[in-house]
Ligand binder design. Structure first.
Ligand SMILES: [Zn+2]
Ligand SMILES: [Zn+2]
Ligand SMILES: [Zn+2]
Length: 269
């Protein structure tokens, strides 16, 4: 499985859109892995996770042909994960597609409701609930609940994606996983987990996590047999409010087994 990290920032990007803080100033000056766009991952060039407002930039920067994407999984309707208007460009006369195949889009009921209001034509909408397992192309996917929207207006979804050989857990924006999610993960033998590291070194756990909560979550995953012995534990979705630049994050997690994602990172599992 090829896992291509297109964006690795939280809602505001890093450097953040309008921000003048020291962390954003340093990121602008240093560039490279410190330039983080809104979070999204592409699997095997065909399954896309989330549709942030930076998706078009991702396509340009990474040389992607988004017309090839056949499945799109949306985690929740926050603006950094879901820019629905972009899908209105996937039809004539804005897109001349080689295949008649519809783009299949999965999301919670809020995501599907927003998409239903648009004139999409070449997109097929599929509402999913926490606990559902379904086929997305050649992938078997299970949606699990997050503890992200603390006002409970919407349930953000975490996804287990399995191609029959490799199984990964796409888990941000997550907060500390609800019990239902922990139970499902028992014995899961995952080859990769994406952790919600919005708050960098800070001790957050509800809504979003920081490194102390992630290390606790990683230990519990190991304890319940959720991680394969060589599992990759990737931290991503960083906010400038965590303060640590890429090299500082790497220093901070040295020896913990956590891998710091950056825009453009590709893992082959
Ligand atoms: Zn987010
Ligand atoms: Zn800032
Ligand atoms: Zn969110």
């Amino acid at each position: 499985m090829k896992i291509h990290y297109l964006g690795t920032a939280a809602a505001e990007g890093w450097p953040a859109v309008f921000c003048q803080c020291d962390a954003c100033k340093a990121a602008r000056e240093m560039g490279g892995k410190n330039i983080r766009t809104r979070s999204s991952v592409l699997i095997d060039d065909e399954l896309l996770l989330d549709l942030p407002p930076d998706t078009y930039l991702h396509a340009l920067r990474e040389g992607l042909e988004l017309g090839r994407v056949q499945q799109l999984l949306i985690t929740h309707s926050h603006q950094d994960h879901f820019y629905p208007q972009e899908l209105a460009m996937r039809k004539e006369p804005y897109a001349h597609l080689r295949s008649e195949q519809e783009l299949e889009v999965w999301g919670n009921q809020d995501v599907v409701a927003q998409l239903s209001e648009l004139d999409l034509r070449t997109v097929s909408l599929k509402a999913v609930k926490p606990g559902d397992t379904f086929k997305a192309g050649r992938f078997t996917v299970t949606a699990l609940p997050a503890d992200h929207m603390l006002d409970r207006t919407e349930t953000a979804l975490l996804y287990i994606i399995d191609d029959g050989r490799t199984k990964i857990f796409y888990a941000h924006d997550s907060g500390w996983y609800p019990e239902e999610t922990w139970q499902f993960l028992e014995g899961a033998n995952l080859q990769l987990v994406n952790f919600d590291c919005t708050n960098g070194p800070l001790p957050y756990r509800r809504g979003h996590m920081g490194i102390p909560a992630i290390l606790e979550a990683k230990a519990r995953l190991e304890e319940i047999g959720a991680l394969a012995s060589d599992a990759k534990c990737v931290i991503t979705h960083f906010s400038h409010n965590g303060g640590l630049l890429h090299h500082q994050l790497e220093e901070h997690v040295a020896g913990t087994g956590l891998l710091v994602a950056y825009d453009g990172m590709i893992l082959e599992l």
